[in-house]
Structures are given as C-alpha cells and as structure tokens.
Design a protein around this ligand. Structure first.
Ligand SMILES: [Zn+2]
Length: 254
C-alpha cells in the first residue's frame, strides 16, 4: 500500500513539475509557435498620425475586458493604444498565456519589443528583445511587468524608431541615453521588485515600450518636435548609416 501511495505521489510531482515548466515564461523554450501569434493593433489602420484631442477623448472612454488575452476585444480604431494601461494584478490571473502569445507575436513580427496594448490588452506589461545591437550576439526576450523608471540620464541620444503598430513609417527622436527600470519578474510576480539598467539601443527600446503602456506612440514625439515621418525603407537606410558610425552595425563591405 505504501508503495502505491509513493508511486502516486511521484506521478503527481512529475505532473506538477511538467505543468510548472510549461507555464513558467523564463523556463519555456523560445520555440516559435505560429498558433499563438496575435494580430497587432494598428494606429489608426488607415493613416498613421499623432494623437488628437478627439482621439484622447475616445480613448479615455473606451474600455476593454480586464485580463483579456484574446484578440476579440480589438477596436478597429486602435483606441487601446491610447489608453493608460493598468497594472497587472493577481485578479488578472495567470500571466503566462499572455506572455507566450506576446512572445510568439514578437518573434513573428521581427520586432525588438512589444507591449500588451499592441495585442489588445491594456495592461502594464511588455517584452524587450535584448542583444539586437550590435547583431551577432545571443538575444533574449525578457518580460517586464508593471515597470517604472526610477532613474533616467539627462544625456539624450538621437536615433530612429519604427513601431509594429504604426504601418510603413519611421522617425527620428531623442531618448535618454540610459535608464534604470524597476519591475516585477514574470516568474516571481508576488516577490520583491527587480531592477535593470539599460543604455543605448536597449534603453531606447525600453522608452518606446514604456510609452506604449502610457498610451503614447513615438510618432507623438516626432510630431511634437516638428519633424516629419519617413517611409520605412528610407528610415532604415538612415538608421543603419548612424548605427554603422556608432559601431552598432558592421561597416558595409566595399
Ligand atoms: Zn511600438
């Protein structure tokens, strides 16, 4: 009898360990599963433009289902991109399915970061793909839950950005050169907050994603500076030239 109980307990423990591994976003393999890819909310779908007063009023009154991890709650006007997202709380349930879907969507898109509002979920959650500049180093995708900037350098740096939610364009804008972010880790949501320092390209990705969870887009900054957006191909050409000068991309052969 004792043997049977032990065997059953053993099975149960193995089952639990398997479940934990599957749900833990830090442990799950970075394998790409196309079935998890979500459509990305675009701003606005027809013609990218900065926020207007009318948009802000609409965004303030729009509401999406709390904890929605499916794209059913999308609004075609992209209003979710203009909401100030709310913190992820225990009431939102298990965060692992959302993170898995965001990771698949990020890998599918080829982007370097993605925020929950971009997949229709107005929560303060984003992923950053670290190690993309310079290329050739190992990359890793990290989830930042309820992040807060606790320090930013007064030095700024100019560079180009584009956004998965703003089709076909890019633009130049300054960002803080370095910052420190406090956040909850996906595998320890109720544990003490962690801190991460970022500089250069990674710091820029953080600031772009932090904007997203506050209902902002990079095009707002570009417009505020009185600058124009560029067609995406032209933007990439100019960005890559800057990155080659800074050693973030290898010199072009010849
Ligand atoms: Zn974006």
């Amino acid at each position: 009898m004792r043997l049977v109980i032990c065997a059953l307990l053993g099975l149960l423990l193995v089952g639990c360990a398997g479940l934990t591994r599957g749900q833990n976003p830090r442990m799950s393999p970075p394998a790409f599963d196309p079935a998890l890819v979500l459509p990305i909310v675009k701003w606005p779908p027809e013609q990218p433009r900065p926020l207007t007063a009318a948009d802000a009023a609409t965004a303030a009154t729009s509401s999406l289902a709390a904890g929605a991890t499916e794209p059913a709650a999308f609004r075609s006007d992209g209003a979710v991109l203009r909401q100030i997202a709310t913190p992820w709380t225990a009431a939102d349930g298990d965060i692992a399915p959302l993170l898995a879907r965001m990771q698949a969507t990020l890998l599918h898109s080829g982007g370097v970061g993605i925020a929950a509002p971009q997949v229709g979920v107005p929560r303060r959650v984003f992923l950053v793909k670290h190690g993309t500049r310079p290329p050739g180093q190992p990359t890793r995708i990290v989830a930042y839950i309820n992040p807060q900037v606790i320090w930013a350098s007064s030095e700024t740096i100019e560079d180009y950005e584009a956004c998965l939610s703003v089709h076909g364009v890019g633009g130049q804008l300054p960002r803080a050169e370095a910052l420190r972010v406090r956040y909850q880790a996906a595998d320890d949501l109720s544990g003490p907050p962690r801190e991460v320092d970022a500089s250069g390209w990674d710091a820029r990705i953080f600031q772009h994603e932090l904007d997203h969870i506050d209902g902002q887009l990079y095009i707002d900054h570009v417009a505020h500076l009185g600058r124009s957006l560029l067609p995406i191909d032209e933007m990439r050409k100019q960005r890559d030239a800057i990155h080659r000068k800074r050693g973030l991309l290898p010199e072009q052969p010849g």
